[in-house]
Write a protein that binds this ligand. Structure first.
Ligand code: FAD
Ligand code: NAI
Length: 464
């Protein structure tokens, strides 16, 4: 009999943790997963990716129906109105279905759910709900939570974080979003579409940090056209509750005259930070780095043998698919196989309208490393975009000037999030821009714009 209760004990059941647990069990390892939430699936399924995409879809339908935008297609809708309760009901249905689905998958794969908050009591022991478990391998997949803004208290009524912004019981008259990142723009879009006036206050001189420069400029232009008031290079110095709303004091980031803005709802979305509080990492002989993350090597192993870490709690982009891929890789490494994640090819998508997506290097990053060739193709010249009269955006392919190898792809287009998968796969296979240009693409489809952008790298696009 083994001295261990489990071969693998995963802490956290988000996209990193639940995937790691399922793959470990599939590989024949006796596996448990500790989760303190009432449902499985972590941030992503409960209060992140899934509910936000449900609301983005519903709010898009509402805006299309209500604004008269469909009339040009011969679809006239009079008196379209909002049933916010039904919209929230649809969101909750998606969340329930998917979190319940993970519970089903745990049962199917014989992963034991240890209900409660886990804390280390030693290098190979963890306590959950008053019981101590010994495991040969422990995977830290505790994810992240909202970064607080110093001096601002989130009450999730008037001053909300992303979770509160998913659950507003009525459409605010004026929503001020602090932070022009992914959450601010996605959830700002939801409430703007439903009728709110939305102001975004961003500390830096541009929104969407980390994305390609041209994409950031195009995105700001498109969001402003949609009615967003975007105040860049601006810092918030104070947020106070006043009556049913709040008053923000803002000033130029570089210093200068202060201004006040009144808001019905303030959404704080200035980033996320790793969850390690209460884990008692010290009992396992581990410490966090300066950014509060658990450091790992390329196998996802921490400094302590037998303890591994993945997902938002480790360095790298805080994205569900990155966490999932790391979950598979860590389980395979534990099982003695070779689990690898190519961190140079992690796509990212902002699910606004149009969508904004990228994979690999930005043009700025690529130029820092050497000479590049860039090909661009506007969605205005893509026949499918024309047929649906949704022609905003462009595709940009960045290739190495000598080898022609694709270094990065950036897309602003209605279905950029779907299109970017092809670019990621091409890059994973080490494709050149010529490989994409000479691949037959079905017509009429949006991905033809990617083919044309690749042809533009060669200097020979057909449709522009
Ligand atoms: P998490 O999903 O955060 O899961 C960690 C789990 O561990 C949590 O359930 C937590 O309760 C549990 N836990 C923590 N500590 C303990 C403990 N001591 N004991 C027991 N359990 C513990 N990413 C995308 O790729 N696409 C998107 O569209 C997207 N949309 C998002 C929208 C919003 C509003 C937010 C907030 C995030 C979004 N993200 C999106 C990011 C995505 O949710 C995260 O990158 C992803 O959830 C990280 O997965 P994880 O497994 O590392 O951690
Ligand atoms: P973010 O890092 O994307 O953006 C935060 C923004 O706030 C940045 O532009 C930053 O410059 C700004 N900022 C920071 N401090 C500020 C201050 N004091 N005043 C004004 N602006 C300030 O973070 P966000 O939007 O909170 O999202 C967190 C993470 O969640 C994302 O980075 C992403 O990893 C994940 N996410 C992913 C989604 C997706 O993949 N579609 C959707 C939502 C979240």
């Amino acid at each position: 009999m083994s001295d261990y209760d489990f071969d693998v004990l995963v802490i956290g059941s988000g996209p990193g943790g639940y995937v790691a647990a399922i793959r470990a069990a599939q590989l024949g390892l006796k596996t448990a997963c500790a989760e303190s939430r009432e449902t499985l699936g972590g941030t992503c399924l409960n209060v992140g990716c899934i509910p936000s995409k449900a609301l983005l879809h519903s709010s898009h339908l509402y805006e299309e129906a209500h604004s008269g935008a469909l009339a040009k297609f011969g679809v006239k809708i009079d008196g379209a109105s909002l049933d916010l309760d039904a919209m929230h009901g649809q969101r909750l249905k998606a969340v329930k279905g998917l979190t319940g689905g993970i519970e089903f998958l745990f049962k199917k794969n014989k992963v034991e759910w240890l209900k409660g908050r886990a804390a280390f009591t030693g290098k190979d022991t963890v306590e959950v709900a008053g019981k101590t478990y010994r495991a040969k391998n422990i995977v830290i997949a505790t994810g992240s939570s909202v970064t607080p803004l110093p001096g601002v208290t989130v009450d999730n009524e008037v001053i909300v974080d992303s979770t509160g912004a998913l659950e507003l019981a009525k459409v605010p008259g004026h929503m001020v979003v602090i932070g022009g990142g992914v959450i601010g723009l996605e959830l700002g879009s939801v409430w703007r579409r439903l009728g709110a006036q939305v102001t975004v206050v961003e500390y830096l001189d541009q929104i969407l940090p980390g994305m390609d420069g041209e994409v950031r400029k195009e995105a700001a232009k498109l969001f402003k056209k949609q009615g967003f008031d975007i105040k860049t290079s601006t810092k918030v110095t104070k947020v106070e509750r006043k009556g049913d709303g709040a008053v923000l004091t803002v000033e130029p980031a570089a210093g200068g005259e202060a201004q006040t803005i009144e808001a019905d709802v303030v959404l704080v979305a200035i980033g996320r930070r790793p969850n390690t509080d209460g884990l008692a990492l010290d009992k396992a002989g581990l410490a966090v780095n300066q950014r509060g993350q658990v450091d790992i090597d390329h196998d996802f192993a921490t400094a302590v043998p037998g303890i591994w870490a993945i997902g938002d709690v480790v360095p790298g982009p805080m994205l569900a698919h990155k966490a999932e891929d790391e979950g598979i890789a860590v389980a395979e490494n534990i099982a003695g196989l070779t689990g690898i994640v190519n961190h140079d090819v992690i796509p990212s998508v902002v699910y606004t309208s149009p969508e904004i997506a990228g994979v690999g290097l930005t043009e700025e990053q690529a130029k820092e490393r050497g000479e590049v060739k860039v090909g661009k193709f506007p969605m205005l010249a893509n026949s499918r975009a024309k047929t649906i009269d949704d022609t905003a955006g462009f595709v940009k392919v960045i290739a190495d000037a000598k080898s022609d190898r694709v270094l990065g792809v950036w897309i602003v287009a209605s279905v950029a999030g779907t299109m970017i998968a092809q670019a990621a796969q091409a890059m994973e296979f080490g494709a050149t821009s010529e490989d994409i240009a000479y691949t037959c693409h079905a017509h009429p489809t949006h991905p033809e714009a990617l083919k044309e952008a690749a042809m533009a790298v060669q200097g020979l696009p057909i449709h522009i």
